[in-house]
Write a protein that binds this ligand. Structure first.
Ligand SMILES: [Zn+2]
Length: 338
């Protein structure tokens, strides 16, 4: 009988120790790690949040805890508070410039030149940096503002090739004295004079024959006057005061891709009036179908560097001739001035 009573008491004591209700709660040992310190204390508080408050530690909403603040306090509990803070940081960064390559008809194939140097731009970048106990844990770009736009570097890539059917020759882009096309032939067309001034490159000569035939179908009788001219011949006929003749090297006639045409009524000479005739108008509206353009247009004298020449046909091939005709632009405008 005595034994039973003792065991009952033991049970009561054990229960009391478990709940703390009967013999009062004992303080529990806790350890709080915060702000680089380790704080050891004893607390009778019920949960983690209260224990932190009791220790006079202020918690910020961003701070990280290894427990919920509602978690019950246990003996020997180690509570770790990681301080989290964010800061904004503004940085000026360079913006790289782009390199743009443009085709330059005045520069020889294979050569390049710098038209303008590139200049780096500047931008202001704002980062939001998050620190945990002073250590950076993330960095996010929150805004970017361009202060100075970069300037492109522009490089001209030469496309000047005298043997190309689409080469542009003018007073700024000239041929060397020794250039002579290798495929000159005599076009089989009506002409005002001896044939030795009528040579053209093979493809251009065939196209001219087609053009003359098409004109004839409309009862328009065109006459060829002047095709290929050598550098030295061009030099011998150059008249700097005429406004029409080109200095040696600056004439398309050296390419073998040009032909001056006229009508019987002009007695072998070239006339601006040709542009007003029905033949001249037909040529203007139809030459591109055979790959030719009126090279020196009215109103474009400042661009081509030559007076209006309704008689001067230049072969470019059907595609490019059609494009220039439809856009009403010169070869210089097509290539652009760099
Ligand atoms: Zn000409």
């Amino acid at each position: 009988m005595k034994k039973k009573i003792i065991s009952s008491i033991i049970i009561v004591v054990l229960v009391s120790a478990g709940t703390g209700l009967l013999i009062g709660s004992r303080p529990k040992k806790i350890i709080i790690q915060v702000d680089g310190k380790v704080i050891e204390s004893k607390t009778k508080e019920d949960n983690v949040g209260q224990a932190i408050e009791e220790a006079n530690i202020e918690l910020d909403v961003n701070d990280k805890l290894n427990y919920d603040i509602d978690d019950k306090i246990k003996n020997n509990q180690v509570i770790v508070i990681n301080r989290v803070e964010t800061k904004e940081n503004e940085v000026i960064e360079k913006i790289a410039f782009n390199e743009i390559v443009v085709d330059d008809y005045k520069t020889k194939v294979g050569e390049t030149r710098i038209i303008s140097e590139g200049v780096e731009g500047e931008k202001k970048i704002t980062y939001t940096i998050t620190y945990e106990d002073g250590n950076e844990i993330s960095r996010v770009i929150t805004s970017e503002e361009i202060i100075v736009e970069p300037t492109d570097k522009v490089v001209a890539q030469g496309i000047f090739d005298p043997s190309s059917l689409t080469v542009c020759v003018n007073r700024k882009s000239t041929l060397s004295s020794d250039y002579k096309p290798t495929d000159l032939v005599l076009p089989d067309v009506r002409a005002v004079n001896s044939s030795n001034r009528l040579y053209m490159r093979k493809e251009a000569a065939s196209a001219l024959e087609e053009l003359f035939k098409a004109a004839e179908d409309e009862n328009y009788y065109l006459y060829a006057v002047s095709g290929y001219r050598s550098y030295s011949y061009q030099k011998s006929i150059y008249n700097p005061y005429s406004g029409y003749s080109a200095p040696a090297g600056a004439s398309e006639h050296q390419l073998g891709l040009a032909m001056d045409i006229t009508l019987a009524k002009y007695n072998g000479t070239l006339s601006v009036d040709f542009g007003n005739t029905k033949e001249g108008k037909w040529v203007k509206e139809n030459a591109h179908k055979y790959g030719f353009i009126i090279r020196y247009l009215q109103g474009k004298e400042d661009i081509t560097g030559y007076n209006y020449e309704p008689w001067h046909l230049r072969y470019l091939g059907v595609d490019l001739a059609t494009e220039l005709y439809e856009k009403n632009i010169t070869l210089e405008e097509y290539y652009g001035d760099y």
